[in-house]
Design a protein around this ligand. Sequence first.
Ligand code: CIR
Length: 259
Amino acid sequence: MGIRVAVTRGVSSSISECELTHLEREPINLDLARAQHANYERVLADLGCCIERLVEEPEFPDSVFVEDIAVVLDEVAIITRPGALSRRGERSSIEAALQPHRPIQRIAAPAILDGGDVLVVGRDVYVGLSTRTNVNSVRQLRDFLADYGYRVTGVGFKDCLHLKSSATAVSDDTLLVNPNWVDPSAFSGQACIVVDPAEPRGANVVRVGDTVLFGADFPRTGERLAAEGFDVQPVAATELAKAEGALTCCSLIFESAQT
Ligand code: CIR
């Protein structure tokens, strides 16, 4: 493997028509959303990622959230079948972007899957069962990954959109978890650090090499991670949070042999 790639996409001019499940709609400042997103890309680039920025798709309000459209593992990229009908058209451009880097598999009906529900840590693939992801996807992922030694496990959670709103990986064997949204005992193979109780939305962090990016709105959780020895960096993401997006949603990060 050679370079670390981060696939991103510009914020859609129609972001104000985004899907919402757990949040009330409130105005999104498009300029600020774009500025924060550009800063997020800059942080990834400074950490060594080669940014592959896809063109904005004005017809797809949620298309900045590229994470939901694919699951990229070392061996294969799996194109999802998003649970929201409004998001299915986002797939073709993501597949075209991943095709040079990985063999492609595709989730098929009746399965639905959002990438935000897929948490990969080591050889464990945890699949959140949600309004966007069903058990058929767990079966299809198992079939796709059978040859590569991954364990694929369905996980229940509550009160948030995606599994990765409630838990993300901070290292190969440690998760950051909001225990009110997902039961840490679901992750038997990993250690769990819990978010600060005042910061329920703080569990979504992005790991780039040895650095952990956390939402700047969640400083206490950032301090917890620092106290555990992690190299942490805050990133502002307030505007896209109003669209129910967090930090992992805005990129697909993977190692690639392509230059
Ligand atoms: C949606 O409901 O699909 C978008 N408004 C938010 C998607 C956020 N993605 C993610 O958490 N992986």
